[in-house]
Design a protein around this ligand. Structure first.
Ligand SMILES: *[C@@H]1O[C@H](CO)[C@@H](O)[C@H](O)[C@H]1NC(C)=O
Ligand SMILES: *[C@@H]1O[C@H](CO)[C@@H](O)[C@H](O)[C@H]1NC(C)=O
Ligand SMILES: *[C@@H]1O[C@H](CO)[C@@H](O)[C@H](O)[C@H]1NC(C)=O
Ligand SMILES: *[C@@H]1O[C@H](CO)[C@@H](O)[C@H](O)[C@H]1NC(C)=O
Length: 444
């Protein structure tokens, strides 16, 4: 090594070290948890009254009683106080082809922490949910007063005159291949990753459609992912949105009016409640008429395997059956098999009788949406594959969530051993209870 090279190296090493230290400090401080509580994000709301067109609640004409209380506020004219990146101001800059630009401002909200058998189980869960390395802090702020807060959530919807979708980005990896180019009067870009699947149709696509509802009519085509969708998804398009298969298209599309929910929100009660209404869920079915305790096994018909309960057949299920018998309330343990029920219509009707849903973490839990308010949702969460999704979703629907964080027996499959007696004790104390106190509330 020449003297010059050595000299350069000696200069560079400290610089790299300093840079690394700064980076680590910044990254780390970004993860420090919790920070101070965020204030309500009502800067838009505080301006109410100073817009030339009064802001309105989204879908005010069509919302049901529950979703009406959570409908976001829509701002559609660009005001001097608005950020230039807000949709109404963007629309002005983008030119006359952009005929609508709406800033959709969602109400801030809080959900209560789950219920637990005792403080030992609670501590396990709290440690996971507040861990600085967890990935959901961007959307949720845990308050340590028994609630978690979601603030400052905003969507943007645009309508583009003579809009063309050129198939980029592709709606999914098969979308558009060998598909004819479409033309039509109006279309919504309704694709999101894996939107053909039951799970992501529910948690993403429905949000795009509900947010854009005011701009859709019964001839609007839906630009979605690959054509071989799950039959349940095709059925939900029809049942909830009145869109039959002939209006689900993929590939390039030239239209008189292209509707685009350019930005939306992943976690908000408005979408959950509105979709439950659209699907005709028996939200208010009285508890005394609900007798089914559904058990969601992962032994059969799971797409990705794993998360089996190793003592399910010989210990857990017999213990739960015995419990229900001794309670003498005509409660019935059902190992749920959706293939035995068939259409979405009959599944939704079936869930009117559900009192509780119990099982290991898995996408089967999506069915909790069809159950009424106050349904007890008991999830066995593998300690090394911790998720909060079913807590967020069930509490947004006023259901009661109870996690048991259990040790992952294998690092890849996350099989678990269920503490059968603890679960039975918990169910005995909580089955059939209707919720006391707020589980979901506005934050103002
Ligand atoms: C909670 O329940 C578990 C299992 O029954 C028990 O081991 C633990 O000691 C209990 N914790 C408290 C604080 O009572
Ligand atoms: C879908 O709707 C179109 C137009 O209303 C109608 O012609 C067609 O028969 C419907 N298809 C199905 C499968 O219901
Ligand atoms: C599911 O699989 C596990 C592990 O193979 C087994 O121990 C359990 O009994 C099975 N449960 C049912 C309901 O078949
Ligand atoms: C995971 O661990 C359990 C218990 O040790 C064992 O019964 C099961 O076969 C393992 N599963 C896999 C996929 O390794």
């Amino acid at each position: 090594m020449s003297r010059k090279q050595t000299w350069i190296l000696l200069r560079i090493i400290p610089l790299v070290l300093v840079f690394w230290l700064v980076l680590v400090t910044v990254l780390h401080s970004g993860l420090v948890f919790p920070r101070s509580d965020p204030p309500p994000s009502s800067s838009f709301h505080q301006q109410l009254g100073s817009t030339s067109t009064p802001p309105r609640r989204l879908n005010a004409e069509t919302n049901g009683p529950e979703s009406a209380a959570w409908a976001p506020v829509v701002f559609s004219t660009c005001e001097p106080w608005m950020s230039p990146t807000s949709a109404p101001c963007q629309a002005k800059v983008l030119g006359p082809q952009v005929v609508v630009g709406e800033e959709v401002v969602f109400d801030d909200f809080e959900i209560r922490e789950p219920v637990f058998l005792n403080s030992t189980y609670r501590n396990l869960w709290i440690a996971k949910v507040t861990s600085p390395t967890a990935d959901f802090h961007g959307r949720m702020h845990f308050l340590h007063n028994g609630f978690a807060r979601y603030t400052a959530q905003v969507g943007q919807t645009y309508v583009i005159d003579k809009g063309v979708y050129r198939g980029i980005p592709r709606a999914d990896k098969l979308a558009g291949l060998l598909q004819p180019a479409h033309t039509g009067r109006s279309a919504l870009f309704a694709a999101s990753p894996d939107s053909w699947s039951f799970q992501h149709f529910l948690d993403r696509t429905t949000h795009l459609v509900i947010q854009a509802s005011e701009h859709l009519d019964d001839s609007t085509d839906m630009i979605v992912g690959r054509i071989s969708r799950e039959p349940a998804v095709v059925e939900m398009w029809d049942r909830a949105f009145g869109v039959n298969r002939s209006r689900l298209v993929t590939g390039t599309y030239a239209t008189d009016r292209l509707v685009w929910s350019c930005q939306s929100v992943l976690v908000h009660p408005y979408f959950e409640l509105r979709f439950a209404e659209l699907m005709g869920v028996a939200r208010n079915q009285p508890m005394k008429r609900r007798k089914k305790v559904l058990y969601l096994s992962r032994n059969t018909s799971t797409r990705n395997g794993g998360r089996r309960i190793v003592n399910e057949e010989d210990e857990l299920l017999p213990r739960l059956r015995e419990l229900l018998k001794t309670r003498r309330q005509r409660e019935e343990l059902v190992v749920f098999d959706h293939s035995k029920i068939g259409s979405m219509k009959s599944i939704v009707e079936y869930f009117a009788d559900v009192r509780a849903i119990v099982g290991p973490h898995g996408s089967a839990f999506h069915i909790h949406r069809w159950a009424p308010k106050d349904t007890l949702v008991v999830e066995f969460v593998p300690s090394d594959r911790f998720q909060i999704l079913w807590w967020e979703e069930s509490h947004q629907l006023g259901q009661i969530y109870a996690p048991f964080v259990l040790e992952s027996l294998n690092s890849t499959s996350h099989d678990m051993r269920a503490p059968a007696n603890d679960i039975a004790t918990f169910l005995d104390a909580n089955l059939g209870k209707t919720n006391v106190g707020p589980i979901l509330r506005h934050y103002k």
